[in-house]
Each structure stands twice: as structure tokens, then as C-alpha cells.
Design a protein around this ligand. Structure first.
Ligand code: AMP
Length: 386
């Protein structure tokens, strides 16, 4: 039985454990808030500290990219960490991420790294408005971001950014990246996996819809071949450059037929949760297979699938659970406004059946708790039916 230690003890580690059990993989999670190694599904079971966790593990991996750098260094020194600390840090720092995208020669939004007021002024002078400023570190789900639509907002935004940087508790200097806003048609992501031998496999592209900066719905249907191939090429360029092992997600803006990389996540990803019910092998199992040196599982889609995040709610009506093909995944978290508490996967034999079922689901769920879902589902059905 291989033993895997996951840095981070949230829902992603939990779902890795649930996917790893049938393969006889023993998954433990390091809770960075308590500095304890815990059972990912039943965190009341504590197995000791990080040092002990590292000693016990055959493989160490991560469920989030904002792991303290000294923790990464200790893990890497054991020779068991996959992917590498460089890959994890790159996903956690937009400056490194942009440098990687440039090195790989993959298309992304026009941008500038901001280290001073002069850089800030130059960004406004050289990038077209609107511009989005994003904190280099600790930015996720739209946090640490400022949008400049009019040059008159510049002083206020700079004052906010300076404040934000001054308040950073990070051991790495905080900074900001300025990006030209992209008039995208839609947001899509590609989740894929690279094995220890360099072999890669990618899932079908997923269309993502956000509400208030947080992912609300992902829909995976077969995409046009050219678009899928374009995304797969970017995946190979990035993962080869990082000599990456494991699952990695790439978020894109689609503008016409072109994909521009928004960001990468060196881990299993929320937009890949649909694979639990919609693909031959789910992303969690494939991540474990990759880091453990097992053959990669098929990433083929078995059914068009939609994933709906449950944000800030700890129950859904039983009527929803009674829908055909509905699967629910709770994370066993305490209820908090806006918190990712669980998700729902629903699928259909084809896009039409999926769209019909998603509409049924949207009409059962509370419209306040799932804002935009009804509209999204209705538009999806319209598009598929026309
Ligand atoms: P991020 O944290 O980088 O994923 O940004 C959060 C959300 O803001 C994205 O999902 C987009 O909807 C939007 N956004 C971020 N960057 C840009 C950009 N350069 N152009 C247009 N929209 C953006």
C-alpha cells in the first residue's frame, strides 16, 4: 500500500482520499493551520506532525499552491515531493506564472509586473483600459483584485494597492500584476495529467461560469477538435517546461477561436470535479496515479456533465437528490457565507438531456442560494435546442 501525504486538508485532499481508497492508496493530509497530519475524511484522527508525516509517506503532494515555502523546502529535501516546489510556487505567484507563460511562448493577456508607483503609471500608459490589477500572491476566487476602467480611478486604486501590500504577512514580498482586460467570449479550462514518464492525458475542455468571482457552474461537453488541440498543446508546453507530475489545470479566456491563458493551478481543480461522474477516471484518481508512478487512467468523457458548486449552504432539497444522474459531494465543512460547502454533478446521455436535467435542478434549488443558475441553465438549453 503506497502512502501519500497531501499538503492541505481541505475538500481536495478529502476527494483524493475517497478516490484513492479503491486503489489501496493510503492518503493523509497535512493541515497547515494546525500543523498536524490528519485523516482527510475524518480529521479528528491525528497522526502527528509534519516531520512524522514526511517520514511515513512514500509520496508527498499538494492540494493548494499557497503552501509556505519553508514547508515545501522540507518536503522537497525528502525527495518525495511531486510536483516540484518550483511548480507549486509558480502556481502561487502570478509573477512567476507570467514568466513561465512567456518562456513557454503561450498566448496570454498583455501584462506588466508592478513593483513601484512608476511601474503602475507605466502600466496605465502602455496597456489599454480597462486594466485589472491582481495581487501576485494569495489571490484566489477574485480576491486581491482591482479594476481600473477610467484613469481618474488611478490614485484611489494605487492607494488601495499600497495598503494591501503593506498589510501582507507573506514571507515572500507581495506584489501586483497589471493585466489588460480581455473581451472574452467565454471562460474555459483544461484539466490534464502528466505521469512520471512524461506521458500526458487531458480531459475535454470545460466551460466555466463565475458568480461574484467564484466558480458557480462548469459544463463539460465535447469541444471542437481544433480548440481542444490548442489547449492540449499549451498543456504539454507548460507541463514539459516544469517537468510536471500530477494533475494541472489551465484556465483560459476564449476570444473567437483563440485561447489566452488566464492562470494555471498546479493541482486538482474545481473545474475538474465533473470528472467524478463524467469521465472514465476522475481527476483525483489520476493525480494519485501520476504521483505514485502508476499508469494514467483514461480521461475520456463518458457523458456530458455539469457541476454546480454549493456555496454557503449546508443542505439541498431531497427533490434534487431524486433527479436521475444527480450526485452530491459534501465536504463536511461548517456553514459560512460564500464558502465552498460541496458540489452537485449531473449528466445526460447527450447535451440536450444534460441541459434539460440542469434546468430541472436549477428550478428545484433556491434561486437566492444559487444566483444566476436558472438563467445559465435556460440559456444552455436554448443553445442546445436551437
Ligand atoms: P482570476 O483570479 O485571475 O481567475 O480572475 C477572476 C476573474 O476575473 C476571472 O475568472 C475573469 O472572469 C476575470 N478576469 C481576470 N482577469 C481578466 C482579464 N485579463 N480580462 C478579463 N477578465 C478577467
Amino acid at each position: 500500500m503506497k502512502k501519500v501525504l497531501v499538503l492541505g486538508a481541505g475538500q481536495l485532499a478529502r476527494m483524493m482520499d475517497l478516490a484513492g481508497s479503491p486503489l489501496n492508496l493510503d492518503v493523509k493530509a497535512f493541515d497547515v493551520r494546525t500543523n498536524q497530519v490528519v485523516h482527510p475524511v475524518a480529521p479528528i484522527h491525528v497522526y502527528g506532525d509534519l516531520e512524522n508525516g514526511i517520514k511515513e509517506a512514500d509520496v508527498i503532494t499538494a492540494e493548494f499552491e499557497h503552501v509556505q515555502h519553508d514547508t515545501l523546502a522540507i518536503c522537497e529535501a525528502s525527495g518525495k515531493l511531486l510536483p516540484t516546489s518550483t511548480a507549486i510556487k509558480t502556481g502561487g505567484d502570478r509573477r512567476l506564472e507570467k514568466a513561465l507563460l512567456e518562456e513557454c511562448g503561450v498566448a496570454n493577456a498583455k501584462h506588466k509586473i508592478i513593483e513601484s508607483k512608476a511601474d503602475f503609471d507605466q502600466a496605465i500608459a502602455t496597456l489599454d483600459l480597462p486594466i485589472i490589477f491582481k495581487s501576485a500572491l494569495e489571490g484566489y476566487d477574485g480576491k486581491g483584485q482591482w479594476r481600473l476602467k477610467d484613469a481618474a480611478q488611478a490614485d484611489d486604486i494605487w492607494a488601495d494597492i499600497e495598503d494591501f501590500i503593506a498589510q501582507s504577512k507573506s514571507s515572500v514580498p507581495q506584489g501586483v500584476v497589471a493585466e489588460q482586460m480581455v473581451p472574452f467570449d467565454r471562460e474555459v479550462s483544461l484539466v490534464g495529467v502528466r505521469g512520471r514518464d512524461g506521458q500526458t492525458a487531458v480531459y475535454p475542455l470545460t466551460e466555466n461560469h463565475h458568480a461574484g468571482g467564484i466558480l458557480s457552474v462548469s459544463v463539460a461537453v465535447e469541444s471542437r477538435q481544433e480548440l481542444q488541440a490548442q489547449a492540449a498543446e499549451v498543456f504539454d508546453k507548460i507541463t514539459n517546461k516544469l517537468n510536471y507530475v500530477g494533475v494541472l489545470a489551465i484556465e483560459f479566456f476564449q476570444v473567437g477561436d483563440q485561447l489566452l491563458v488566464n492562470e494555471i493551478a498546479p493541482r486538482v481543480h474545481n473545474s475538474g470535479h465533473w470528472t467524478q461522474q463524467g469521465a472514465d477516471t476522475c481527476q483525483f484518481e489520476n493525480h494519485l496515479r501520476a504521483v505514485c508512478g502508476l499508469p494514467l487512467g483514461s480521461t475520456a468523457m463518458v457523458r456530458p456533465t455539469a457541476m454546480v458548486n454549493i456555496l454557503g449552504e449546508d443542505s439541498v432539497p431531497n427533490e434534487a437528490l431524486a433527479l436521475p444522474s444527480l450526485a452530491i459531494h459534501w465536504y463536511d465543512k461548517e456553514k459560512r457565507a460564500g464558502r465552498k460547502m460541496g458540489h452537485l454533478n449531473i449528466n445526460g446521455k447527450d447535451e440536450l438531456e444534460l441541459a434539460q436535467r440542469l434546468n430541472q435542478l436549477a428550478n428545484i434549488l433556491d434561486a437566492d442560494a444559487f444566483p444566476d443558475l436558472r438563467e445559465f441553465a435556460a440559456n444552455f438549453l436554448n443553445k442546445v435546442s436551437s
